[in-house]
Design a protein around this ligand. Structure first.
Ligand SMILES: NC(=O)c1ccc[n+]([C@@H]2O[C@H](COP(=O)([O-])OP(=O)(O)OC[C@H]3O[C@@H](n4cnc5c(N)ncnc54)[C@H](OP(=O)(O)O)[C@@H]3O)[C@@H](O)[C@H]2O)c1
Length: 250
């Protein structure tokens, strides 16, 4: 697929929402987007945590919203449209991990938690902002998935299955983007084994974190999505580099 020559030029300063931006990953992603000149909104469920994260990122706009609540997400979209205009990018970071011993350890409570946190928040946010991302000349959706999706174990069956469902949802969004004549939007799955951040390194100075992806690398990759052609990205599953591996597609 190639970019349409009739596509509108990219906005000078794309408007990007980091959904679930309170964690170290959220801060790193918002920081990289800001340093590339983008306008960054960052949403979390707790006012104190998201305000601190927005400040730590260096000037993102904090927004409080329970992204698991569809009505709250619709209201968030109305606020964003009124105050900032349509979104160009949605970087979805709401996650969480739950595991247990074998299938017997895959509890209903953990399933409900993961389903709500990972999948419902993704479904709510993509449905609310789909028209924006479709209309934008650089519409980008990204999630961060896990290597466990292609190598699930009985101990993480709940987690791997919910992450697989999230990947499928993104592929469905990608199919919709790809069928749009404008063809300038892309939905992407970024894949890591685990994330490491400066706080983790500080708490365990002797640990090497093999196979982990630094949150700064995640931020750079998410930011780079806005300058790569949609045709090369839409539907891609990108394995993020670790210190010993280069980025590649699966
Ligand atoms: N960490 C890893 O090693 C790892 C490995 C593989 C994949 N990933 C994926 O990478 C992404 C980022 O990871 P992470 O560890 O930073 O994720 P995370 O901490 O689980 O989630 C990011 C933020 O989402 C916010 N959040 C949770 N529920 C919310 C809700 N209902 N509404 C709004 N915000 C909500 C939380 O902040 P508040 O509670 O303050 O709202 C949290 O700080 C996730 O998709 C994760 O699954 C991570």
């Amino acid at each position: 697929m190639t970019e349409s020559p009739l596509a509108s030029p990219p906005p000078a300063s794309p408007l990007v929402l980091v959904a679930g931006g309170s964690s170290a990953a959220g801060i790193a992603v918002a920081r990289e987007l800001l340093s590339a000149g983008m306008r960054v909104l960052t949403a979390g469920s707790d006012a104190g945590r998201i305000t601190a994260a927005a400040e730590a990122a260096g000037g993102a706009v904090p927004l409080v919203c329970d992204l698991a609540d569809p009505a709250a997400v619709e209201e968030l979209a109305r606020r964003i449209h009124a105050d900032f205009g349509p979104l160009d990018g949605l970087i979805h970071l709401v996650g969480g991990w739950r595991g247990g011993s074998g299938l017997a350890g895959q509890s209903d409570a953990d399933w409900d938690f993961l389903h709500t946190s990972v999948l419902t928040t993704l479904r709510n946010t993509t449905r609310a902002f789909h028209p924006d991302l479709t209309a934008s000349p650089v519409g980008r959706l990204a999630i961060v998935s896990s290597t466990t999706v292609t190598a699930p174990t009985a101990d993480n069956a709940n987690y791997a299955s919910v992450k697989a469902a999230a990947e499928t949802w993104v592929q469905a969004v990608a199919q919709g983007f790809g069928s749009n004549a404008k063809n300038s939007s892309a939905a992407v799955v970024l894949v890591v084994k685990a994330l490491v951040d400066p706080g983790m390194r500080e708490r365990s100075p002797d640990r090497r974190f093999p196979g982990f992806t630094d949150v700064a690398e995640l931020g750079r990759t998410a930011t780079g999505l806005f300058s790569r052609p949609a045709g090369e990205l839409n539907g891609a599953r990108l394995i993020l580099p670790t210190p010993s591996k280069k980025q590649g597609e699966q």
